[in-house]
Structure formats: C-alpha cells, structure tokens
Ligand binder design. Sequence first.
Ligand SMILES: Nc1ncnc2c1ncn2[C@@H]1O[C@H](COP(=O)(O)OP(=O)(O)O)[C@@H](O)[C@H]1O
Ligand SMILES: [Mg+2]
Length: 281
Amino acid sequence: MDKVITSYAAPGAAAADNAHPVIDIQGLRTQFGRAVVHDNLQLQVRQGEILSIVGGSGSGKTVLMRQMLGLEKPSRGSIRVFDEDIHAPTADNLDFLRRRSGMLFQNGALYSALTVFDNVAQPMREMGTLSESLIADMVYLKLHMSGIAFEHARKMPSDLSGGMVKRIALARALALDPELLFLDEPTAGLDPDRSDSFVSLIQALHQQLNLTVVMVTHDLDTLFALSNRIAVLAEKKVVTIGAPQEVVQFQHPFIEKFFLGGRGIRAMEVFAPAGAEGVTP
Ligand SMILES: Nc1ncnc2c1ncn2[C@@H]1O[C@H](COP(=O)(O)OP(=O)(O)O)[C@@H](O)[C@H]1O
Ligand SMILES: [Mg+2]
C-alpha cells in the first residue's frame, strides 16, 4: 500500500480525497491573551468517519471541539460545518447546526441535581416544541440504545458507576438524533472492561446511526479500536492526518513518544496479527 500520508506541510494534498467534508476548518487561529493555541490549523472531517484527534495536554483539543460545535469563537479562520460557516451565521442557523451535533464532554458531565431521565430529556425540553409523552418515549429509546435499563431512569447520577454515567451522557448526546457526534476522552477514567464495552457501544451506534464521529482520546486501545483516521495536533496545527497505520509511521517527536512506548506497541498489535510482520519501526 503506497498511500500518501497527508501532511499539511504539503497543502492541498487532502483535497482530492475529501471533496465534501462535513467539517472544513481553514486557517484557524486561537489565542488566549498572549498564548497562541492554534495557528493556521487546517482540518477536514469526512462524512461517516470516526476521526480521532491526539495531541499533548494543553495542545487545544478540547477548545477545537468546542469551536466545531460553535461554543467558542476562533480568533481567526473559518469553520464550516455542513457547508455553513458556524461562526458567521444568523442565530437561527447556529441553533439548527448545534442540534445536528451531540457532544460527550470530557468528564461525562451530567447535571448532578437531575435524575437520569431528566438529564437525557433536557436537550429535548430545551427545544420547547416536544410533548412530555413524546420526550418520555425518546428518553427511553436513547437509554436503551446506550445500554441503560429503564429501572435506572429515576436514579440520580451519584448513585451510578462511572461507566453508567458515561453511557447516560452518551444517551444525552444522542438526544436530538445528531449526525455529528463529538467525544472528548470518552473512556478516560474507566477500567479496561468498562472501557472495552463503551468502545463496542460507540462502534455499534456509529454504524447503526450513520454518525460522523470526532473523538479526542489518550487511550491507545480506544484510538486503534475506533479510528478510521487520526489527526495529530502539535506545533499549534495538524501536523499529519491519515489512517492509523500511516500516522504511526510519520516522523514527529510527539508521535514517537505517544505511540512507540511499550503501551503503544501493544495497542498497535491490532495491525499485526500474531506471526505477521510487525509495524514496529
Ligand atoms: N477560555 C480560555 N481562556 C484562556 N485559556 C484557555 C481557555 N480555554 C482553554 N485555554 C487554554 O488553551 C490551551 C488548550 O486547552 P485545551 O483545549 O483544553 O487543551 P487539551 O488539548 O488538553 O484539551 C490550554 O493552555 C488552556 O489553558
Ligand atoms: Mg481536553
């Protein structure tokens, strides 16, 4: 396979492969005071893929997701989602675009004062147009899809395990039938069994619901189990993007450190069935 690794050192290389991106970020700059977080960052997300973003702590992964959701405005550049510049539309448009996206926040944050049911119902109630009986049906459907039994619906988040809280947060992210799902560290803090089962859940929902998924993760098992492509955020931009097998071979100090430690080599064994030639460089 001699597929070229798309590097943004070579602009334009991705265009042919990616004519109609769901998200198209061009010339993005993000600055907080004097700190520049993103500088001339380009990124395209393809319809139906699971794209993972990796990068060091503080490299601006969460901020980038929030910008793609329209929750934070970049200092410069454009972010087009479903062909709309989400930082320059009318308020109506933005509401509509936000409804086409769901997000699982980094700490799976549920409202601690609301029951499981009310947490999932909250985005539906905010729309102000749905009857309570329709909302109830939809909440139970989303909980069922996320593997939460109905008997838990009246419980408070504090009565539930971390794995269940993540599933409920996922049910809430799916409340309005999004086409785009953002996951920020979805398996952080879960033990390996719970993490594996959450990965299987995301895999199943991605297929069943035809979702485009943008995910941030530090967990290599999650990364390799789910990603169609990986984008590496370093030096304030996307230094490389491509299939996992390609990205791990890209020469960059962050990539070597991130992927080629002992954990990385074990996680990459998914690419090299026992006895086959390994991917270890
Ligand atoms: N609203 C804000 N005001 C000032 N600095 C911020 C703000 N949001 C994020 N930052 C800074 O931007 C950088 C990137 O943050 P973040 O996207 O959360 O990183 P990560 O890649 O770890 O998710 C960090 O240095 C963070 O402190
Ligand atoms: Mg973060």
